[in-house]
Every structure is written in structure tokens, then in C-alpha cells.
Design a protein around this ligand. Structure first.
Ligand code: IDP
Ligand code: MG
Length: 169
């Protein structure tokens, strides 16, 4: 079948699958936690519709963190996002944006609830393991920023009946 645009609903429209962007930050790769974090999303039942490694640069980070321009930590935040490559992921599921934000936890790892990724894996307000889109609108824009259309795959129906009830998708 043809490619889906990031975050557009599946063609039948019965399936309300949503897509969201996750970045495994450089700190996560440097601490060799990538597999563990990817596994958490997989075990939850989120489908991986796209995944790749990328070296981020000033240009993409200026766009990605435009809402933080002018903050005192903006420079060190950008620098910390360029120390190693990141893993960019497109995760898919019903209400995927909110579900992934919930799994991710509060920005500050010291305040994030135990059981969340940030609550379980970090002590920092900045070196906080993952980025996750904060709204469907942000997810659509961020997926376009980090992925070409052909890098996001139509996963079809194969496992949906194991992940959801018939009236959920
Ligand atoms: P979020 O990642 O939980 O959505 P945002 O407010 O969008 O949080 O901030 C983006 C990223 O900027 C955070 O994940 C964190 O790495 C960094 N950041 C946010 N606030 C602070 C701060 O007060 N000090 C240092 N870094 C921060
Ligand atoms: Mg954010």
C-alpha cells in the first residue's frame, strides 16, 4: 500500500491510530540504555513505524527547541543533544501521543514518578533519556522534521487484533 503521511489516520479511518515522535537522547546511547528504553515502548504495545540513528545539528535543534529559545539553558541543552547520535522513532498506537508522554514522565527526572522512563532512569532535568511529542499537532510537525515519508512504514493490520479489541481500532 502507499505511504501514510506522518500522523495521518490509517486509510480505512476505522483505525484511530496516532503517531508520535520519540528521540532517544545522546545520554541514553552513551549510557547503553537504548535497547532497554525501546523495549519498554515495545512491551507496552506501541508499534515502531520508523526508527533510525541521526546526528543532530544546530539547524534541526533550533527548530525542535524553538519554544525554549532565550532560556538560560538553551545553549547547553543544544550542546548536550549533539554529543552523540540520537535514535529517532515513530511510535504508533491509539492515543499514542498521550500514552508515550505518560510513559515518559515529568521533564525533571528527580520529580518524575517511579515507573516512568524518566523516573526510573535519570536524575537530571535535562539529561532525561527521551524526547516525546507533547500534542498531536506537535507530533505531526516533529515527524515531518525528523523523518522522510518513505522512512515511516505502513505496518498493516497483522498484530492489531492482539493489541486492541475490535471496537478500539
Ligand atoms: P519535555 O521534554 O518534558 O517536553 P520541554 O519543556 O519541552 O520538556 O523541554 C525540552 C527539553 O529541554 C527537556 O526534555 C530538557 O532536556 C530540557 N529542559 C527543559 N527545562 C529545563 C530546565 O529548566 N533546565 C534544563 N533543561 C531543561
Ligand atoms: Mg517538550
Amino acid at each position: 500500500m502507499g505511504m501514510l503521511c506522518p500522523n495521518l489516520r490509517h486509510k480505512t479511518d476505522k483505525r484511530m491510530l496516532e503517531r508520535t515522535l520519540v528521540l532517544l537522547k545522546p545520554c541514553t546511547l552513551e549510557r547503553a540504555l537504548a535497547g532497554e528504553i525501546i523495549g519498554r515502548f515495545e512491551r507496552k504495545g506501541l508499534r515502531i513505524a520508523g526508527m533510525k540513528m541521526m546526528q543532530l545539528d544546530d539547524e534541526i535543534l533550533d527548530a525542535h527547541y524553538a519554544h525554549l529559545k532565550g532560556k538560560p539553558f538553551f545553549g547547553i541543552l543544544k550542546a548536550s543533544m549533539m554529543t552523540s547520535p540520537v535514535v529517532a522513532m515513530c511510535l504508533e498506537g491509539v492515543d499514542a501521543v498521550a500514552v508515550v508522554r505518560g510513559i515518559t514522565g515529568d521533564t525533571n527526572g528527580r520529580k518524575a514518578a517511579p515507573g516512568t522512563i524518566r523516573g526510573d532512569y535519570c536524575m537530571s532535568n535535562q539529561q532525561n533519556i527521551v524526547h516525546a511529542s507533547d500534542s498531536p499537532e506537535a507530533a505531526e510537525a516533529e515527524l515531518k522534521r525528523f523523518f522522510c515519508p518513505e522512512e515511516i512504514f505502513d505496518l498493516g493490520d497483522t498484530n492489531l487484533a492482539r493489541l486492541y479489541a475490535a471496537d478500539e481500532v
